[in-house]
Design a protein around this ligand. Structure first.
Ligand SMILES: [Zn+2]
Length: 299
């Protein structure tokens, strides 16, 4: 009897180590989303990301190795809202047959009006702003969808995915609460920040911060001399003390603005990609870094 139990125990151990050795291989379109999938997936899931840390998804182009990563994967997590302009091309080139999970489904999108200002009611004119991951409430919706997709693809891990998602969501909610409290201590009229491209509308909508971007929602177009002059006037008029360049963009124009206005250049803001190293190599690290840098500049 004893021996049978021991043999059974050994077989169980073998099976669990086989399960642990063969994680579910999934793909995420960019680094920030890749981290969210990894937080929910834990050690049952191996996440490959297409647009890596430090790369710009707006102008990214797939290499043969990227197509290879995607072709056999059962799940492909994407942001949607037009962020991955190359999505259909890449799916076709990889002959992708798995499921595509658009994690912003159910997120109320912000749009950019003709005059270049964000429309917080999400009316359907103007361009859709894809950068929803800067609002922790949107991240909670994304995490729920990631969890549901992983549970469906790997039912044996369902309990683990639920637990991971709950633990991570609790951290995100806590961070959201403390960030809201920190921003509300600063007068709303002084919450103005200059950044390189218009990526932080969701952060602005959540904590009532006005972002004055150099470029639009994509990083492709350079600002005109007229737009630069208008922004410099606005910085002087509003007495904005700090300007920020993003990790994915050329800091040259932001440096020029700082020279002409006397504003200080803050630490890089992580808008569309994580950093390769800590602290901004996770969503939590990125969000904490960004909001602390902005709070420090506004105080
Ligand atoms: Zn962007």
């Amino acid at each position: 009897m004893h021996l049978v139990r021991q043999i059974l125990a050994v077989i169980c151990l073998l099976f669990s180590s086989i399960a642990a050795a063969a994680p579910l291989k999934v793909v995420a379109s960019f680094s920030i989303l890749g981290n969210l999938v990894q937080e929910v997936g834990g050690d049952r899931v191996q996440v490959n990301t297409l647009v890596s840390a430090g790369e710009d998804a707006h102008v990214w182009q797939a290499k043969p190795a990227d197509l290879k990563k995607l072709s056999g994967a059962p799940l492909f997590f994407v942001n949607g809202l037009g962020f991955e302009g190359w999505l259909k091309r890449v799916e076709q080139a990889a002959a992708y047959k798995g499921k595509v999970i658009t994690v912003t489904q159910g997120v109320k999108p912000l749009t950019l009006k003709e005059d270049g200002h964000h429309d917080h009611d999400g009316h359907d004119h103007g361009k859709t702003d894809p950068h929803a991951w800067h609002d922790p409430r949107a991240v909670l919706l994304m995490v729920a969808q990631i969890s549901a997709a992983l549970q469906a693809a790997d039912p044996a891990g369902a309990e683990q995915y639920r637990k991971n998602a709950a633990a991570f969501s609790a951290k995100v909610s806590q961070l959201d609460q403390s960030t809201a409290a920190a921003f509300s201590a600063i007068p709303a009229a002084s919450r103005k920040v200059v950044t390189s491209h218009d990526a932080l509308g969701y952060l602005g909508a959540r904590y009532t911060i006005q972002f004055l971007p150099l470029q639009g929602i994509s990083t492709e177009a350079e600002p005109s001399a007229k737009e630069m002059a208008a922004l410099i006037r606005e910085i002087r008029k509003s007495k904005i003390k700090a300007v920020f360049a993003e990790n994915i963009s050329n800091p040259k124009l932001i440096d020029q603005i700082a020279r002409e206005t006397g504003a200080k250049v803050g630490p890089p803001i992580y808008s569309d990609a994580l950093d390769k190293k800590a602290p901004a190599n996770t969503w939590i690290g990125m969000f904490t870094h960004n909001t602390q840098a902005i709070l420090a500049a506004l105080k």
